[in-house]
Ligand binder design. Sequence first.
Ligand code: C2O
Ligand code: CU
Length: 514
Amino acid sequence: MGLRVPDPAMSLTRRGLLTLAGAATVAGCGRLSDGPGTGRLLTSKVHPPRFVTPLPIPATARPVRVTADADHYVLTQRVADVNLLPDRKTRIWGYDGTFPGPTLRGRRGRPMVVTIRNELPVPTSTHLHGGVTPPDSDGFPTDLTTPRGYSPAPPVQHGAPGQVHEISRDYHYPMAQRAATLWYHDHRMDFTGPQVWRGLLGLCVITDPREEALPLPRDERDLPLVICDRAFDEDGSLQYPSQDMAMHAPGARGQFVTGVFGDVILVNGVAWPRHEVSGVRYRLRLVNASNARRYRLALRAGGRRLPMIQIGSDDGLLSAPITHTEIIVTPGERYDVVVDFAGLPIGTEATLVNDFGTGGTTEVMRFAVVRQATDDSRVPDRLAAAEPPLTTADAVTERQFDFRYDEGRWTVNRRLYDPAGSLAAPRLDTVELWRFTSDFHHPVHVHLAHFQVLSRAGRSPEPWETGWKDTVDVRPYETVEVLAKFAGHRGKYMLHCHNLEHEDMAMMANFDVV
Ligand code: C2O
Ligand code: CU
């Protein structure tokens, strides 16, 4: 425990090596806008069957203790051998040894304390993505929990939040935020990509009285769908092209510098599942937990696309539902939609497809209508409490963050990540206009602050990009403007690219809420 003083040059030296590793490949691509599939695909040596394995629902975490102030949970990060594939085991690193980890179910206003125990061979940090969390529980990348007796001690930089805890620590989640689908995942400096790839991710679903009073589909008709791509060796092991398999050097090697893509699509931790449904409405909480893959999702039945009625974005319900036939979901984003299987004959199959995929990645999972049932759910015209949208008049400051591959490195405003640095100091309880510019696909994620997307390439955002969000799809040579509200806590937070390979290769920046 306690603060250690590290060699401040260390991170830069390691980043210097990356320059050499990545430059050649990316330079060879010319413009970095090769379209939605940009990045290199890892090819699996196994070919799991599609639409056979039943869709599992991640277990709900049970509190170990309920006190007057909070519900207490313990999640243990450990090695486990599980069935991501139907016919062979895969070694994973999971919260409680599962992929995804147990779902934390919270209620607005009821704090949660989550003890994370690290029984893995590597340091970890856990971030609650979308959480309005005090800075010392936010999963800062140098705020590490190490295995027992881990050596060498991880470097901590001057001025950076960098407590190092041995074996376990508590994260305090106030749950003082609206009903939403959040997710938690590893956030270790330089190694988030390989650690999330191995399974360190899970959901956190928050409800509130207003949402509970709505007649939306619930219980077994409220399905979380955690979507991610992976690649497998013949023995079932996960492939990941680390620059250094011993995980001493950060980042992905060579051609994978632009992002790691697998050719097997997992939903809730199984390959291309199938789910039997009744001919009624279902709520689907779509979560893109992929390292780098963007999806354009649609639900196809016969020759047509079923409407997806969007009820929520990353950080809560919309004020009113919006109907779409497709939604683009970038890494880190969540979309909450209701689909209706009513009127489809028994035996109908509806496939969740990905129009950005190639080969097997064009399909995600399948629903099979197997029975009729009564449906007392509906999607009301009003969802969240009416709240006027933010406007530019609300913004007290404008700032620009440029996400760019610069002379062999992934940078924000031409800088490599410095855990002790800071690029902005927004004031608590103010709104700022943040302008994101880019050279490539960068899913930009802001910690703490929730935002509304104001414009994309000078025009309206995509129709599904309304409501409160924390992650936005920034496309090559496009400018995206958001109005971000800094509320809840003062302290050091960060924004970064949620392409986890870019993130690990320095595309992060801090800001201080003052
Ligand atoms: Cu989901 Cu800082 O990440
Ligand atoms: Cu990026």
